[in-house]
Design a protein around this ligand. Structure first.
Ligand code: FMN
Length: 211
């Protein structure tokens, strides 16, 4: 299915998104459409625009079946059209030059500003403790993941974010280089049954104070 011609507001898309765990196993999403979704999703903000997210897209039926085994046999891994694994880049500083050079070439930065940004990012990120770099990557991966879920919903698909999988086994199975680490799996597909409805804590519980 291509992008629906029924235009929904962002608010409707947000309210309609819920975690779907039953998918039509015969429905497939073309690779091109997954790429369109990812291209939009990566417009998410990230720390210093270093975009420390990476993706592994698992579409092959047998591979999904295998992946299910390391995701505690959660059915949606096998029946969704694809599973997008979101990985973090703990060496995001390796992208510094490319990111700012690209903004320079696009005419968004002059040479002086480009060099200044490269210098300050190079002072900061490579010297930051690995734990902090992982924290940054996890946060930014959360932002891109949310975008994927909303873009998918807007296109008539459903998703479920999944932290329930063995990350070490995943990294081994897909030969993930040491630089990257798996964060979340996002099955995406055509719903075969609606999501279980969920509620949220009342705002009074969440809003600590106005200052
Ligand atoms: C980080 C994270 C990990 C999650 N892991 C799983 C999971 O392994 N399996 C699953 O079925 N749902 C998982 N969920 C989905 C949550 O249960 C769900 O988002 C929550 O109950 C709210 O429901 P809703 O998404 O339908 O609004 C996860 C959600 C998040 C944000």
């Amino acid at each position: 299915m291509t992008k629906s011609s029924i235009v929904k507001s962002l608010s409707e898309v947000i309210k309609e998104r819920h975690s779907v765990r039953k998918y039509d196993p015969n429905f497939s999403i073309p690779k091109e459409e997954i790429e369109d979704i990812l291209k939009e999703a990566v417009l998410a903000p990230s720390s210093s625009n270093l975009q420390p997210w990476r993706f592994i897209v698992i579409q092959d039926q047998e591979e999904k079946k295998e992946l299910k085994k390391i995701a505690f046999n959660q059915e949606q891994v096998e029946t969704a059209s694809a599973v997008i694994a979101i990985l973090g880049d703990k060496e995001m500083f390796k992208s510094i030059e490319k990111v700012y050079q690209s903004a320079f070439e696009a005419g968004f930065l002059d040479e002086t500003r480009r060099d200044l940004l490269i210098k300050s990012a190079n002072n900061l990120y490579p010297n930051a403790p690995e734990e902090l770099r992982k924290e940054i990557a996890i946060f930014d991966a959360g932002l891109v993941s949310m975008q994927i879920m909303l873009i998918a919903k807007d296109r008539g698909y459903d998703t479920v974010p999944m932290g329930g999988f063995n990350k070490e086994q995943f990294a081994r199975k897909y030969n993930v280089p040491e630089r990257y680490f798996p964060i979340i799996l996002l099955p995406i597909g055509k719903a075969a049954a609606p999501a279980h409805k969920t509620t949220r804590l009342p705002l009074e519980d969440l809003l600590i104070e106005y200052i």
